[in-house]
Design a protein around this ligand. Sequence first.
Ligand code: FAD
Length: 376
Amino acid sequence: MSDVIIVGAGQAGFQTAASLRLEGFDGSITLIGEEPHLPYQRPPLSKGVLSGKQSLDSLPFRPEKFYQDHSIELLLSQRAVGIDRNARRVQLASRTSVEYDHLVLATGARVRKLPVSGVHYLRDRDDAVELKARLESAGSVAIVGGGFIGLEVASSARAMGKPVTLVEARDRLMARCVAPVVSSFFHDVHAAEGVTVILNSTEIPRADLIVAGVGVIANVELAHAAGLSVRNGIVVDAFLRTTDSNIFAIGDCAEAANGLRLESVQNAADQARSVAMQIVHGPSPYRAVPWFWTDQFDIKLQMAGISSPRHRAVLRGTTESRKFSVFYFDGAERLAAVDSVNRPGDHMVARKMLAARTALTPDQAGDESVDLKGLL
Ligand code: FAD
């Protein structure tokens, strides 16, 4: 028997607790979350919740009974404020403390804020409730940031019939993550749906409601104060262990051994499963293929792998059909990533190909007569 404490009751924290029980862990599990709500999913906040298509009741991963049935002690509205690594103890703001054998840091990230007042942000359930109310009464909306969150909020605001202007500092949308062909496709989609998109600008347009989606900052302060190594996130090795082997860090707050800090449901959930497996069955390196999705208007973009501007981008299908994929190859013509627009089949094949390191040439990727499934 051993005791596991999980700090952060978001996607990664919840999944760690659930997976530990699924793997047969019979020690105690304490899940500490500073938010007052049952652990819930964030993706609908900028999509269905904002546009009114999805209710708040649908957000929790599991009802309260799940935690009781699985002997998971859920401490909500409780903030962890310190870690005593020698005593293996986590201090809470309520002045109590809890002891652990394994500690999992799943503290997530918080929004980066602009140095101006009157701007709204979207990270948690309470933000979404407030933003939705403000959207309903706003005559016009300005959005700062042409990344996933900004574009999803734009899409939801248009679904509510609001005039929307979106400004992006760079010369294209989602520039950090997708090839120019995908950026320009989404630019056209948003323009056709009535969003005024202004590139190369940081000037906030006049509007009744201003929303910014300009990135996040990892919540690393607890780890830093405990003397763990921290850079852009809490530094972890190939096994998701911090510089203290009794402490794992996962999800948005963790910087992986390859130097990347990913912000996605897949990353949080798969890292959580890996940590649960390791606590129960022993060390095993984390090796999942990253993937991500975003919904904007009637378009679903699914991304597998990690693309880079230095990759060669090969188009499969046509942007005019609103169903296409972009295959990214590195210098050695090795498949590195695939973005799929309204082509879920390509996305599923891509995930399998990336996991199996299936040989695929750029010519095959671009030729729609080649059956990709047949290459697996
Ligand atoms: P979080 O879910 O942020 O959870 C961390 C929790 O820890 C928070 O509840 C925080 O309050 C708590 N916490 C922090 N410090 C402490 C402390 N000291 N004590 C106690 N509790 C603490 N990803 C996708 O793949 N697809 C999408 O379409 C998508 N859409 C998104 C839309 C929105 C609006 C947002 C905000 C995110 C979206 N994401 C999406 C990203 C995805 O939700 C995150 O990557 C994921 O939630 C990360 O999980 P996490 O557990 O690491 O962090």
